[in-house]
Design a protein around this ligand. Structure first.
Ligand SMILES: Nc1c(NC[C@H](O)[C@H](O)[C@H](O)CO)[nH]c(=O)[nH]c1=O
Ligand SMILES: CC(=O)[C@@H](O)COP(=O)(O)O
Length: 166
């Protein structure tokens, strides 16, 4: 089945050396997670990237799993996949904000991470965004990680030509 192009405006990068991604998925909503993973795997395969998969209980555990894996230095990048649907309390805000902020902080520390954690109001919204043949947010998250890996490799070994204290 042809999968939808991930919603990214950049052509997928081309790699001359192997790439290994770790997909960290929180299958809190299993059917949604499966679609996200399918899209991410298809995008990784389109770039010739190898993928491993790790499952965690919920979106809040995704950044911790990535941090643990990053210390092992086995992967070039990470794809964070999950689905957070608003309930009756403010816990939704905690799960969304803390998982995304932790992922951003890991990125600022140098981890190449694509964030495909859906934060939605309804299951129907999640289904449309997760569907690999639909909006394919999983594919988009994988594409984001791959772009960061390509950028990091392009710049590896370069030094700043100017700058204070360079
Ligand atoms: N409500 C959702 C959660 N909640 C669980 C948390 O992510 C976490 O696992 C728990 O607080 C224990 O630390 N997780 C999701 O991924 N999606 C949700 O809708
Ligand atoms: C996003 C959540 O944590 C949510 O599923 C929790 O539901 P509730 O706010 O009704 O406890």
């Amino acid at each position: 089945m042809a999968l939808a192009e991930p919603h990214h405006i950049l052509p997928l990068p081309v790699f001359d050396k192997p790439v290994k991604l770790l997909i960290v998925v929180a299958p809190y909503y299993r059917d949604v997670a499966d679609q996200l993973v399918e899209g991410a795997r298809a995008t990784a395969a389109a770039c010739g990237a190898e993928t491993d998969l790790a499952e965690v209980p919920g979106a809040l555990e995704i950044p911790t799993a990535i941090a643990i894996a990053e210390r092992l230095a086995k992967y070039d990048g990470y794809v964070a996949l999950g689905c957070v649907i608003r309930g009756e309390t403010t816990h939704y805000d905690t799960v969304c904000n803390d998982s995304s902020r932790a992922i951003s902080l890991l990125g600022l520390q140098g981890a190449c991470i694509g964030n495909g954690i859906l934060t939605v109001e309804t299951k129907a919204q999640a289904d449309v965004r997760a569907e690999a043949a639909g909006q394919n947010k999983g594919g988009g998250a994988a594409a984001a990680a791959l772009h960061l890996i390509a950028l990091a490799r392009k710049w590896a070994g370069t030094t700043r030509s100017i700058g204070f204290g360079a």
